[in-house]
Design a protein around this ligand. Structure first.
Ligand SMILES: Cc1cc2nc3c(=O)[nH]c(=O)nc-3n(C[C@H](O)[C@H](O)[C@H](O)COP(=O)(O)OP(=O)(O)OC[C@H]3O[C@@H](n4cnc5c(N)ncnc54)[C@H](O)[C@@H]3O)c2cc1C
Length: 424
């Protein structure tokens, strides 16, 4: 029977990052347990490190704009577009995302030099490509909503956009770019964390199911797995969209984390046709390090369903060909669906659980788990060691869902802002 200081439940980017951060000092005995459930989010991801984009409602949040824009085009006048408000994430999340984003250049270098693993970090910027006056108004609202981040916003007129991205449609009228927003390869980031953790002495239990968690009184004592029992001083719940089951076993408490399906399509490898990442009101488009063009993504609540749907994929493809006409000739290599770990307020759930010892949350990262994995690892390392955290984590504690009687005050069935079943 094995005895560990910490058992990490879930080996996606979040569990991987936590394992790596905890193992840097090589002073704790750590196990990471993962069974790749179909729909594991880290392998489904686009790999965008879009801190400004995702915090200001671009990427997935752009559906909000798209719906409003469509309504306006169907009858309202431009002055009504003034009422369109981008979905700006709360300041604590914005700060967290920016801080995490800033960690990647050094983290990339460290993982390469010390561990020989490569997340394929690329400085790309993220361009919101504008096609009409509504796009422009929406972009102006975004810029106005983040007055303290103007230094990261660059406006490109049509000629500049086309000189920097010659394959963008001649129909585009310009772009707003966030110069901080970059990309990695999501599989490689996940594998890099896990391999570096292994090199630091973490025991990997891969293809291993967690089947239960033992407690004595209010303290977690062991993790039961398909490969036997792992005794431990602490567990970390990094179970992605399956985090609630782990919480129920470990704490007896429900966890408001639920699967939010995202469908993506990927082209065959193409010569370089994009210099940076692109987002529009239809979709986002990123050319990955191997030349494939990734087009994403839907936001749907379909439980643990990971099937793909031609109608929605077609909408994504149409959005992509509108932006880059030459994609009409591309061959689709693969499409898939992944399950984001959603939370009611779209914020991750980090840190301890009231009344339970030996348990920490690292879940609910919704659509930005790639981006926020670096800071999550750092924070969980500080929490496990009882150190003060580099960020005030109170906005991310589970307690935010509880009233003074310890009961949930939020409706846990309330969902993120994106319209479901639509392309965003
Ligand atoms: C289509 C799509 C596009 C995305 N694009 C981006 C993006 O561009 N940028 C970005 O930052 N984020 C993006 N995301 C979000 C990001 O992928 C997630 O936030 C992140 O991967 C969550 O990581 P995780 O480790 O919490 O979950 P996961 O990667 O799902 O990992 C959890 C793991 O725990 C395992 N597990 C659960 N229960 C058990 C059990 N009982 N026993 C053993 N193992 C268990 C699961 O099988 C899984 O392997 C995207 C997500 C999707 C679906």
């Amino acid at each position: 029977m094995s005895q560990y200081d910490v058992v990490i439940c879930g080996g996606g980017v979040i569990g991987g990052s936590v394992a790596y951060a905890l193992s840097r000092n090589q002073d704790l005995k750590i196990a990471l347990v993962d069974y790749k459930n179909p729909g594991n989010a880290s392998r489904a991801s686009a790999g965008g490190l879009w801190a400004m984009g995702e915090s200001t409602g671009l990427g997935c949040g752009v559906i909000l704009f798209k719906t409003l824009s469509k309504q306006l085009q169907e009858g309202a006048d431009v002055s009504q577009a003034e009422g369109m408000k981008p979905h700006i994430m709360p300041k604590p999340f914005f700060d967290l995302a920016m801080m995490s984003n800033a960690m990647y250049p050094a983290l990339n270098q460290e993982l390469l030099e010390k561990h020989g693993v490569d997340m394929r970090f690329e400085k790309t910027g993220l361009k919101f490509v504008l096609f009409d006056q509504y796009d422009r108004i929406y972009a102006e609202h975004i810029a106005a909503a983040v007055p303290d981040r103007q230094q990261h916003i660059r406006w490109l007129d049509r000629d500049t956009l086309l000189s920097e991205e010659p394959n963008i449609s001649r129909e585009a009228i310009g772009a707003m770019e966030f110069d901080t927003d970059h990309q990695i390869n999501p599989y490689r980031l996940n594998d890099a964390y896990v391999e570096a953790a292994r090199q630091n002495g973490v025991d990997l239990y891969l293809n291993t199911k967690i089947t239960g968690i033992e407690r004595q009184g209010n303290r977690v004592t062991a993790v039961q797995t398909s490969r036997g029992k792992l005794n431990c001083g602490m567990i970390i719940n990094a179970g992605g969209a399956w985090a609630e089951q782990i919480s129920l076993w470990a704490t007896g408490m429900q966890m408001p984390v639920f699967p939010v399906k995202g469908q993506v399509l990927v082209s065959e490898k193409l010569p370089k046709i994009l210099n940076g990442c692109i987002t529009t009101s239809d979709c986002y488009i990123a050319q990955k390090d191997n030349g494939e063009i990734l087009i994403g993504s839907t936001t749907e609540e379909r439980g643990y369903d990971t099937s793909t749907d031609l109608t929605l994929l077609k909408q994504l493809a149409q959005g992509a060909t509108k932006s880059i006409p030459q994609l009409r000739d591309m061959n689709i290599k693969r499409c898939w669906a992944g399950l984001r770990p959603g939370s009611p307020d779209e914020l991750p759930i980090l840190g301890p659980m009231p009344g339970v010892e030996g348990y920490m949350n690292a879940c609910g990262h919704f659509r930005t788990g790639m981006l926020t994995s670096a800071i999550t690892g750092k924070l969980l390392n500080e929490l496990v060691r009882g150190e003060s955290t580099s960020v005030d984590i109170s906005p991310f504690l589970y307690d935010r869902f509880l009233n003074e009687r310890g009961k949930w005050w939020v409706n846990i069935t309330s969902k993120p802002a994106c319209n479901l079943g639509e392309v965003c």
